[in-house]
Design a protein around this ligand. Structure first.
Ligand SMILES: [Zn+2]
Length: 289
């Protein structure tokens, strides 16, 4: 459905909500009026709107009542020198653009916290030079797509954190420390080398390597997501009367975060699964369907 007017934006939200959609993600080319209409339509039905924005700045989206922003400051056109209202200047926001005005970045984080906008960091997409765990589950042509289109040359998992990634973790940490609701996302986009599930581990590692305590990284990855979804009463922590899927880890990720990958058993809805068997079952197939 192509959105061309605020009315069409509201209509699209109503249409998909009627089909059972439970949340909405706005994308890069909506106008402020369209995004505002979509947010209002969603909120009328008690549903939330997140956004991978560009034509609308994060500050403008906060003013329009958006609930969450995707990709943190990676998609913050607030820092683009040539930004015109309602138009996407193209490209992501670079490390240099984000570094140019630290006071502005800090003020924007304050504003997002004040407006109760959640912030989803998708750090793993900036760590594929060091890390692409789980890549072996990709179908060969999907894997080739990633290997042939790497944004950065392959390094090693022991290499220092790339500076752009470090900067992005820094923004996530500042947002968290200001009291913002930080969420963990992964942005698994096929040829991007970010594999669902595996990338969640990368994200937790990135947070810890960037200065979060392990417990804080786990909270951002679990309880905060539940809170955003309005489900924290039922899920998100292990407590009497709540529901939980659990993993059993052969190690202590609170002392070495990389142990978070040493998953022995996954319990989902009370049934234990062997992750090795599950991964073997999809090896070379992910991305085919
Ligand atoms: Zn996105």
């Amino acid at each position: 459905m192509t959105i061309g007017t605020p009315e069409a934006a509201a209509k699209a939200v109503d249409f998909y909500a009627d089909q059972g959609a439970t949340s909405f993600k706005a994308y890069t080319n909506l106008t402020r009026a369209e995004l505002g209409a979509a947010i209002q339509a969603a909120h009328r039905r008690g549903l939330k709107v997140t956004g991978h924005l560009c034509s609308v700045t994060l500050r403008e989206a906060a003013d329009l009542g958006i609930d969450d922003i995707e990709h943190g400051f990676m998609a913050a056109s607030d820092f683009k020198a040539n930004k015109q209202p309602d138009l996407c200047p193209g490209g992501g926001t670079s490390e240099a653009e984000l570094a140019a005005d630290p006071a502005k970045a800090d003020a924007l984080l304050d504003y997002l916290v004040q407006k109760k906008v959640a912030y989803t960091s998708t750090l793993a997409v900036r760590d594929t030079a060091r890390n692409s765990p789980g890549i072996e589950v990709y179908a060969p042509d999907v894997r080739a797509l990633f290997e042939n289109n790497r944004r950065q040359p392959k390094s090693s998992p022991d290499a220092p954190m790339p500076s752009g990634l470090k900067q992005l973790v820094g923004f996530a940490k500042a947002f968290y420390d200001k009291g913002g609701l930080l969420l963990v996302g992964t942005d698994p986009t096929g040829g991007g080398g970010v594999v669902p599930g595996f990338a969640n581990h990368t994200e937790i590692e990135n947070l810890v390597q960037g200065g979060f305590r392990f417990e804080e990284a786990i909270k951002a990855s679990t309880l905060n997501g539940a809170a955003y979804l309005g489900r924290a009463e039922k899920i998100g922590t292990v407590a009497a009367g709540k529901q939980a899927d659990l993993v059993l880890i052969a190690g202590d990720p609170s002392t070495d975060v990389r142990d978070v990958r040493k998953v022995e058993i996954v319990f989902k809805e009370g049934v234990g699964y062997d992750p090795k068997k599950l991964i073997d079952a999809v090896r070379g197939k992910a991305g085919l369907y």
